[in-house]
Ligand binder design. Structure first.
Ligand code: PEP
Ligand code: MG
Length: 558
């Protein structure tokens, strides 16, 4: 047996199967050149994309598929459209690479088509995406879409959330990546989808070969290769023990999360699409504390239309009696969308993400807000804005939502993520403007400690239980309650049994987490007293290090 590898377990489950190694994802970009070279590359790519589309059209016509051939002919014309080319050339002259310029121009073109309020033209926006992809392929920059054809453990340098979402779930046993930390979005998505995963394996992941047998524990982060028969039996027993524990925990599904002295906590699920509603209900979620709509947007190769969004939001709202918190698009940073122009930023996590992106793209934002308002009659909707750091952002977003409500009706609570330290510190000023707060501890930890949440090299410094993070949560919680508002937490910390007593002690009203974590969390809450939680929380706020807090929690709440 080869020596075992150690990564960070981010999504529980024990699996054994052949590795499917994806290496080409590391090489997704081409080298860009001077503006003259980029202009020439664009001209060649345009011609090649148009010729490719025409040749596909001829083939379809020869096979008597006239209607489909017509669509491709129209796309070939679009590829040669001088106004699209002008937009691209303009971007290149301003210094963009051909690759970025095509993305930017296509995105602008699509937004324009979508904003004209004409269904036919809106449908053409999809064609723009197709054409842009043909051009990118011709340039040699398109990210290859990984595919698996048999039961496999996928091993990769890194995966984007949309790549993770695109694997055939029937065949995907588990995931292992070289980079990434526990709160990277690929890790979160794996957890939400219930796919066992280990991230942050470092260069050791490079040793794994396709076809090699891999055993993976998504809890401990261990990976073993080339098992001998003793090892295989031990791993199989580990897998069975995991399944037994899962069955034992189902007993907690329908019990309330209440401390022994009567403090009732709402237990909610984090989901990324309507497909995860069943898992949430099966694991005993009362409502949804975070619907990350960007995953819904990432699962396809074009922006979902207003009607598609209404349908998705409705189906989630209908499934729950309790509140469903739907977060508006939080693209940017480690959540790029393949069909949305990503600005060229030195520090994307400090860049145009979340509400910043939405407010700069009001046409796109309005489509989502309209869809939310239209869907709101199906249940108890709460709309939440991500990455808020300024009063003005809430006021503007709120006004947009209220204007849309006048037009289309419906009702919803309005809340914000508290995930930027500035928002936590200004919580008493923000609370009067909202109905609720939800602590985004993943980003709050990253921004408070200045530790990149996806960088495995500094993963040991990424400590949500750092007293400085806890103080910010405490400030937000007190401000929310002083103004009669509720406060939840939807960062990964909410599902960590070690952190739960502390969060309850800090006054958190709702814990929202990946569905698979709910049963353990419920069992935890039901074994606590609110008094002990409050006492531990007060002590923690005076500590100096995360290690001190962890030690206190381990000894007080074994
Ligand atoms: C967070 O930051 O804690 C959060 C829940 O949002 P996301 O992980 O999607 O950034
Ligand atoms: Mg966040």
């Amino acid at each position: 047996m080869a020596s075992p590898l150690q990564g960070i377990g981010v999504s529980p489950g024990v699996v054994i199967g052949p590795a499917h190694v994806i290496r080409e994802l590391e090489h997704v970009s081409r080298q860009s050149g001077t503006p003259e070279q980029e202009l020439a590359a664009f001209d060649i790519a345009t011609e090649q994309a148009a010729a490719e589309l025409e040749s596909l059209a001829s083939r379809l016509r020869a096979e008597n598929h006239e209607a489909e051939a017509g669509i491709l002919d129209a796309q070939a014309l679009m590829a040669r459209d001088p106004s699209l080319a002008d937009l691209v050339r303009d971007q290149i002259r301003k210094g963009a690479s051909a690759e970025r310029a095509i993305d930017a121009a296509a995105s602008h073109y699509r937004d324009t088509l979508l904003s004209l309020g004409d269904d036919y033209l809106a449908a053409r926006a999809e064609d723009v995406t197709d054409v842009a992809q043909h051009m990118q392929r011709a340039l040699g920059t398109e990210t290859p879409q990984p595919e698996i054809r048999r039961l496999s453990v996928v091993v990769a340098h890194n995966l984007t959330p949309s790549q993770t979402a695109s694997f055939d779930r029937e065949l995907l046993l588990g995931l292992a990546t070289q980079t990434g930390g526990p709160t990277s979005h690929t890790a979160i998505l794996a957890r939400t989808l219930g796919i066992p995963a280990v991230v942050g394996l470092g260069p050791a992941a490079g040793e794994i070969r396709s076809g090699q047998e891999v055993a993976l524990d998504g809890d401990t982060g261990e990976i073993a290769l080339d098992l001998d028969s003793d090892e295989r039996s031990r791993w199989l027993e580990r897998a069975r023990a995991y399944e037994r524990e899962k069955r034992r925990l189902t007993a907690f599904r329908d019990l309330p999360a209440e401390t022994t002295d009567g403090r009732r906590i709402t237990m909610a699920a984090n989901i990324g699409s309507p497909a995860e509603v069943d898992a949430a209900l099966e694991n005993g979620a009362e409502g949804v504390g975070l619907f990350r709509t960007e995953f819904l947007f990432a699962e396809r190769d074009h922006m979902p239309s207003e009607d598609e969004q209404v349908e998705a939001y409705r189906s989630v709202l209908e499934a729950f009696r309790h509140t469903v918190v739907i977060r508006t698009l939080d693209v940017g940073a480690d959540k790029p969308l393949p069909y949305i122009e990503s600005p060229d930023e030195e520090n994307p996590f400090l860049g145009e993400r979340g509400i910043r992106y939405s407010l700069r793209h009001p046409d796109l934002f309005r489509v989502q807000l309209r869809a939310l308002q239209r869907a709101s009659t199906a249940g108890k909707l709460a709309v939440m804005f991500p990455m808020v750091s300024e009063v003005e952002q809430i006021k503007t977003a709120r006004q947009m939502l209220e204007d849309i409500r006048e037009e289309v009706g419906g009702s919803a609570q309005i809340g914000i993520m508290v995930e930027v330290p500035a928002a936590a510190l200004a919580a008493s000023r923000l609370a009067p403007l909202v109905d609720f707060f939800s602590v985004g501890s993943n980003d709050l930890t990253q921004y408070t400690l200045a530790v990149d949440r996806v960088n495995e090299r500094i993963a040991s410094l990424y400590r949500p239980l750092h007293p400085s993070v806890l103080r910010l949560i405490s400030v937000a919680s007190e401000a929310a309650h002083a103004h009669g508002k509720w406060i939840g937490i939807c960062g990964e910390m909410a599902g960590d049994p070690l952190a739960i007593p502390l969060l309850i002690g800090l006054g958190i009203d709702e814990l929202s987490m990946a569905p698979s974590r709910l049963p353990v969390a419920k069992e935890r809450v039901r074994g606590l007293t609110f008094d002990a939680c409050r006492e531990a929380a007060q002590l923690s706020l005076d500590y100096a290090t995360a290690a001190d807090v962890e030690e206190l929690l381990r000894t007080t709440f074994p």
